[in-house]
Write a protein that binds this ligand. Sequence first.
Ligand code: MN
Length: 211
Amino acid sequence: MTAARAQKPSHAPFTLMKLPYEASALAPVISDETVGFHHGKHHKTYVDTLNKLIAGTEFEGQSLEEIVKATAKAQDAKTKKIFNNAGQVWNHDFFWNSLDPKGGKPSAKMKELIESGFGGFEEFKKKLTETGVTQFGSGWAWLVFENGKLGLEKTPNAENMLSAKPGAKALLTIDVWEHAYYLDYQNKRPDFLGAVIDKLLNWRFAEANLG
Ligand code: MN
């Protein structure tokens, strides 16, 4: 590794992000065990695989966001694989930051946007839960900011707003892959979503992402 590279930690080799809280801090909504597997195994594997795939390629000098954007519409198998892993690393970094052990209560500004966008928190919760539940198979439910108001989106697999809808700014995401909830909620994805929305959403992070 060159000295120049070492000064650019946002480029390859990427490292697994450190959780902004203790692994046990999200319990009982998300157990220590789930966080351990999800962050320590699933998320880490995406980071390790991405580093292997981009070694010696043009992507080695790019930031994670640049790699996601550059590979989003890839047609060939190897570049698609790079996108899948880069997207997963980006999404998981964003997901852990979307959670806060002391979360759940929107800031004044976000509360106002929720009122004008959805008519109230309960309606927002219902619609975000629906969004996550109707994502068929694996993927993500997103709170986004687009054209001056809040909106909801869902994406499959490793897709996110950078790849699927660049006009929408991601504010928060919830991982709805089974590995995110199966140990704690089995097949009850709506219960997982409801509990995360009620108790863990990091509204300070959402507000900061408004830009
Ligand atoms: Mn996941």
